[in-house]
Ligand binder design. Sequence first.
Ligand code: NAP
Length: 238
Amino acid sequence: MSAGRLAGRRALITGAGSGIGAAAAWRLAADGARVFTADFKGAVDRQVDVTVPGANAALVTEAVERLGGLDIVVPCAGVSAFHPLEGHDDAYFDMVMAVNVTAVFRLIRDCVPALQLSAHGRIITIGSTMAQFGDAGLVAYGTSKHAVLGMTRSVAVELGQYGITANCLMPGAIETPMTEPAFTQMPQFKTYWQNKASLGRLGQPEDIADVIAFLASDDARFMSGQGFFVDGGAMQRQ
Ligand code: NAP
């Protein structure tokens, strides 16, 4: 950890009331950033439903007012659950797209004017191993995460002219409230991911937060348009 490497930086994180987003908020703050946090719930600066039209624009406005500008944006709010294709209803698919894709798009779009004024603009999206692979029961989630990776790559190309980088983290199985029901109800699923990881363990939110802090820092200034597996080596194993 490099204390103070984000001193003076201003960050907006959604999904910051839980799991990876909460860990990212703590980690960026520990590195010296001032952080504006948003989520449905939890001890955050703004409770919000990111799928409501205008909600992301309002978040950006409030964050800029509170922090005096914006350098780092992490759209981390997300949803996931297992739904087999058979009987998969439209409403669940649409909801996953609304949270995991449309809200991410809106937040990125709405923060561009603020990031253009920053000398260190950073957009760090949260994909998944499901951004490059698939799994049974994860049609909606996998579709959404492939979209986030594609969105990030195009954003990186378009905003590079302003010195803004955009990268997508693709976590493996991380122990958070999102995965807790699946790991509890399907212990074999938990064991599968533990064994699949070359490092032999599930990820913790801090494993992802530390990489978010790295991508937000000057150390990652020449990295853009990338998707990074942070999965303990899981996707290298057949
Ligand atoms: P988490 O602990 O459930 O955190 C996600 C947060 O987003 C929750 O507080 C959730 O609130 C909030 N949220 C959901 N919909 C929202 C909405 N419409 N408006 C505002 N907030 C909303 O899950 P996590 O594991 O930290 O996931 C964070 C991100 O990492 C997600 O994008 C997820 O897809 C991604 N990811 C996670 C894993 C993993 O294994 N955990 C792996 C790969 C990628 P509610 O709890 O009330 O819904």
